[in-house]
Ligand binder design. Structure first.
Ligand code: PHE
Length: 454
């Protein structure tokens, strides 16, 4: 993306853009958060709702954000301001910048856990057969150790800030070109192992056989929220990334690829987690409530059951860390691009100030798993995730739709999409989705959820 000589930059090619955008999208949202959401919201019905949400709403919003970004070559605040100058619309851009900082603050905590698990794996903590009990104890001990989690958070925020301050994301993206396919291969391998476990059946059924009695507004709401979260939508990341795409690139197929690869990784993560989990004697899929540490408990279990588990585990956590870092980078890039473009800050200053703020804001989240009593009682991180990761992303995505339809205008948006892509076979569907389906669905779910939860 932006290189070290210039504060703004351009993608080298379409593939570079797809990799960077998938880099932002693919990460802990798919591997850590998706299985938790599935476990808490009825299993297979959630999976179906999530896939529908990605196809009909996520893709629609992603294309809209990319078009806004490429049209204006701006960060979210600048993009709203350029298309509709001197109106309150730019507040939506500001809200996105703030949402991004808050999400970064607790996302970096989980990325820190991945870092912690990397050095634990290297140190041989998970040697031998890992059972549910040992995995659970290891995680709760680790997450409750205030010093350890804060140091891990500091490491992640430090690396992210350093990369953004130097504007060397392109280097990371070059690496992730090699590393992400490797992550994919490891995940496929683990999925095959999980599927062949004795007793994989109940987990697979929970994950893939829908029980429509479990379908309710809450399930739909969280499925939609998860679609936005995993695709990095609703806060301006794709506006910012779109601003670096050339006019000759095809936005439609780029968006399609990003949606597809993200969903595939999430789907496979579930294929690993649920069979492994429910092959554990004594765990009942019907009343199991996964905690925040779900993937950190289940992955060591399955890794300990593949040949060469030690090396495999080390590789897996390295790749998970890279996947998480390409997402924290994107989260920090939005506020940084904003301060550079709109407030003429230097890249260095912007990155350090925002990175520092996100670190401080991350402290209560890091300490909310037993590290300190007060944030733990508040369930600080879960609350942040509910408000910013679900509700505000949904509100942000809703406003993107309203903005494109009523402020920018569908014809102008379509003209932008047509650049680099003269044929757009799904045009009518996209117009219907952005005009009616997406905003209506988001609005109804937000309203009903409010009614139900009071
Ligand atoms: N989509 C990223 C992931 O799944 C994280 C993210 C969430 C980024 C929300 C931006 C906004 O890992």
């Amino acid at each position: 993306m932006a290189d070290s000589l210039q504060d703004r930059g351009h993608w080298g090619s379409k593939i570079a853009f797809i990799l960077a955008a998938s880099g932002s999208a693919i990460g802990l949202g798919s591997i850590w958060r998706f299985p938790i959401m599935v476990g808490r919201n009825g299993g297979a019905v959630f999976v179906m709702a999530y896939i529908l949400a990605v196809v009909f709403i996520g893709f629609t919003v992603m294309l809209a954000e990319l078009a806004m970004g490429r049209h204006t070559s701006k960060n979210p605040v600048g993009a709203y301001e350029t298309i509709k100058p001197k109106t309150p619309w730019k507040i939506v851009g500001y809200a996105g910048v703030v949402t991004g900082i808050v999400i970064l603050s607790y996302y970096a905590v989980v990325a820190g856990w991945a870092f912690g698990y990397l050095y634990k794996t290297i140190a041989g903590v998970f040697r031998g057969r890992v059972t549910w009990e040992t995995a659970e104890t290891a995680f709760s001990r680790f997450a409750a150790d205030p010093l350890e989690v804060v140091i891990c958070l500091l490491v992640i925020m430090g690396i992210t800030t350093f990369i953004i301050s130097r504007g060397v994301q392109s280097g990371i993206e070059r690496w992730s070109k090699i590393l992400m396919p490797l992550l994919f291969v490891l995940i496929i391998f683990l999925a095959v192992r999980a599927l062949t476990l004795p007793g994989a059946g109940p987990g697979l059924a929970f994950y893939l056989k829908p029980d429509f009695g479990k379908l309710d507004v809450k399930v739909l709401f969280f499925a939609l929220g998860q679609a936005f979260y995993s695709l990095s939508l609703g806060m301006g990341i794709m506006i910012t990334y779109g601003s670096y795409i050339g006019k000759r690139e095809n936005l439609v197929s780029s968006a399609g690829w990003v949606c597809f690869s993200t969903t595939l990784i999430a789907f496979l993560a579930g294929i690993i987690i649920f069979p492994t989990l429910f092959a554990t004697p004594g765990l009942n899929p019907e009343n199991f409530q996964p905690g925040t540490g779900l993937m950190f408990q289940v992955f060591p279990m399955i890794i300990s059951q593949v040949p060469g588990g030690y090396l495999f585990g080390v590789m897996f956590f390295i790749l998970l860390l890279v996947a998480a870092l390409t997402s924290t980078i994107s989260l920090l890039e939005v506020p940084t691009a904003f301060l550079i473009d709109e407030k003429s800050w230097s890249r260095k200053k912007a990155a350090f100030v925002i990175g520092g703020a996100a670190f401080l804001l991350g402290l209560p989240s890091a300490l909310s798993h037993g590290g300190l009593p007060f944030p733990t009682r508040l369930r600080f991180m879960d609350r942040m995730d509910l408000v910013f990761g679900n509700i505000l992303l949904a509100v942000g995505a809703f406003l993107v739709c309203v903005f494109v339809v009523y402020a920018w205008g569908i014809p102008k948006a379509l003209a932008e999409i047509a650049s680099g892509n003269p044929r757009f076979p799904l045009k009518k569907l996209w117009v219907f989705n952005i005009r009616i389906l997406a905003p209506l669905a988001i609005l109804l779910l937000l309203v009903f959820l409010r009614v139900i939860t009071g």
